[in-house]
Design a protein around this ligand. Structure first.
Ligand code: FAD
Ligand code: NAD
Length: 152
């Protein structure tokens, strides 16, 4: 099957946009991701899916933990920075939660310990056990048909 057909089809599943973050030796790393899902209430588990070429894989393997920030509609620039869609290096002031960097002002910040991981095809699924949550009001940044959208 053609890759473009698969991506065009998957792109019709509207999602929010997250930034996955972790820290190695107190140095922050971020990556934009829309492959996020809530998995279990007891225990509280979520899943993210990271492509094999992403540097984030090595960072999460080393730190054993990660955070997920759900971006608001005002934070499209954050998504573009952490997807490499803005080429020049930007200084991002992270908020720190449980020794993990998170995106300040996001709708939600979750911190997680890696509970399990599964290599599936060209991605690794990381199951995270949620250790802390912070919530903010606002509207979500969305992604549909390969484009950022505001739903408000
Ligand atoms: P890098 O290339 O090292 O980092 C990515 C970018 O973030 C770089 O430009 C870097 O300069 C910047 N950056 C990192 N840390 C910092 C910091 N501390 N301060 C300032 N800037 C920093 N890929 C997936 O594998 N899974 C997904 O679910 C997924 N969903 C996506 C959803 C959307 C809407 C988009 C646009 C992309 C998605 N991607 C996804 C692709 C992924 O975001 C990119 O391939 C990304 O560039 C891979 O990052 P990396 O880990 O290789 O890190
Ligand atoms: P796109 O048309 O590539 O993305 C549409 C949808 O296809 C995405 O929402 C995702 O569900 C799926 N998809 C895209 N690339 C994938 C991959 N490598 N593995 C699994 N599913 C994938 O949209 P775009 O604007 O061209 O995306 C920007 C960049 O971000 C591209 O390089 C794309 O590959 C990458 N991206 C990767 C993932 C992912 O790895 N899960 C998700 C979204 C975007």
């Amino acid at each position: 099957m053609d890759d473009r057909l698969f991506r065009n089809a998957m792109g019709k599943f509207a999602t929010g946009v997250t930034v996955i973050t972790t820290a190695v030796n107190k140095e922050a790393h971020g990556m934009t991701a829309n492959a996020f899902m809530s998995v279990s209430l007891s225990p509280k588990l979520v899943v993210i899916s990271i492509g094999e070429k992403a540097k984030m894989n090595e960072y999460i393997k080393e730190s054993g933990k990660f955070a997920v920030s759900f971006l608001s509609e005002e934070q499209k620039e954050m998504s573009m920075i952490f997807a490499g869609q803005i080429k020049e290096k930007r200084n991002v002031n992270f908020k720190w939660m449980d020794e993990l960097p998170v995106i300040d002002g996001a709708l939600v910040n979750l911190t997680c310990n890696v509970h399990n991981s599964h290599v599936e095809g060209d991605h690794t699924l990381y199951i995270g056990e949620v250790t802390d949550i912070s919530l903010n009001d606002g509207n979500p940044l969305s992604f549909f048909e390969g484009q950022y959208k505001n739903i408000s």
